[in-house]
Design a protein around this ligand. Structure first.
Ligand SMILES: [Zn+2]
Length: 221
C-alpha cells in the first residue's frame, strides 16, 4: 500500500487490511522443517538451494545435497546450476540409501526430487521430524503442465514454499512452465514424463507461449 493511501485510509477511518510487513518468515526455533523450491527449468532452483546450503555451511552446520542417480547431466558428484554454481552432492540409488546417509547431517538438500519415487515424501517428513532442516528442489509441473510426481504432496507438507520463475524463451515474459521440444516442435503430449538421455530440448515458457503437443486435444477430450 502506498503511504498516501495509508493516510487516506486512516483519515477515512477505514481499517487497513494489507500491510507491507504482513509476510514474515521465521524458521521454527526448535526442531526441523521442510522447505521446497520449485518452478520450471532455468528458474534457478539449484542455484537457490546451493545458496541456502552455503549459508548453513558457513554457520558451521553439517550440510549435504542428495540427488537421484538418474540425473547425470553434468557431474556425477556435483549439483551444478545452469548459471555455473556448484556444490558437491551425493548421488543415491534409492530413498532408503538417502535416509541412511542423511542421519549424519544438520541440513539436507534434495535436488531433482521429481525423479524419486513416492516414498521420498515420508522420508523427508521423517528427517524433518528428527530435527533436520530439509531443503527440496524440483520441477512443480511436467512438460504438459501437470503436477509432477511427488511435488504436490511435498508442497502441501512444507513449512516454506518458493515458486521460482524463469524468463520465457519466446516472449521474454515470466515463465512458469517447461516446454519440451523434439526437432524444434512441441513434444507429443502422450510422451513419457521422464525421458533420460533423449535428444530433446527444453525451454522455459510463459502460460501464453507454452504449446501442448499436437495430440493433446484428442487425449484430454
Ligand atoms: Zn511467453
Amino acid at each position: 500500500m502506498h503511504p498516501s493511501e495509508d493516510r487516506v485510509a486512516a483519515l477515512s477511518g477505514r481499517r487497513r487490511i494489507y500491510d507491507r510487513e504482513t509476510v514474515i518468515r521465521i524458521p521454527p526455533q526448535r526442531g526441523g522443517w521442510l522447505e521446497v523450491i520449485c518452478g520450471p527449468m532455468f528458474s534457478g532452483k539449484s542455484e537457490e538451494m546451493i545458496r541456502r546450503l552455503r549459508r548453513a555451511e558457513i554457520a558451521g552446520q553439517r550440510v549435504v545435497i542428495f540427488k537421484p542417480r538418474i540425473d547425470d547431466r553434468y557431474d556425477a558428484t556435483d549439483v551444478v546450476s545452469h548459471a555455473g554454481a556448484s556444490m558437491r552432492a551425493a548421488a543415491v540409488e534409492s530413498v532408503p540409501e538417502l535416509t541412511a546417509r542423511a542421519a549424519a547431517y544438520d541440513v539436507v538438500g534434495i535436488d531433482e526430487v521429481q525423479f524419486f519415487d513416492e516414498s521420498i515424501v515420508a522420508a523427508a517428513l521423517d528427517l524433518a521430524d528428527r530435527g533436520l532442516r530439509v531443503i527440496i528442489s524440483g520441477l512443480d509441473q511436467d512438460f504438459r503442465r501437470l503436477p509432477f510426481g511427488v511435488m504436490p504432496e511435498l508442497l502441501a507438507h512444507a513449512e516454506f514454499v518458493d515458486k521460482l520463475q524463469a524468463v520465457c524463451h519466446r516472449c521474454g515474459g515470466t515463465a512458469t512452465t517447461t516446454q519440451r521440444l523434439v526437432d524444434g516442435r512441441p513434444a507429443p503430449y502422450s510422451g513419457d514424463t521422464v525421458v533420460v538421455g533423449a535428444a530433446e530440448q527444453y525451454e522455459a515458457r510463459c502460460r501464453d507461449c507454452h504449446e501442448a503437443g499436437a495430440d493433446a486435444v484428442a487425449l484430454v477430450a
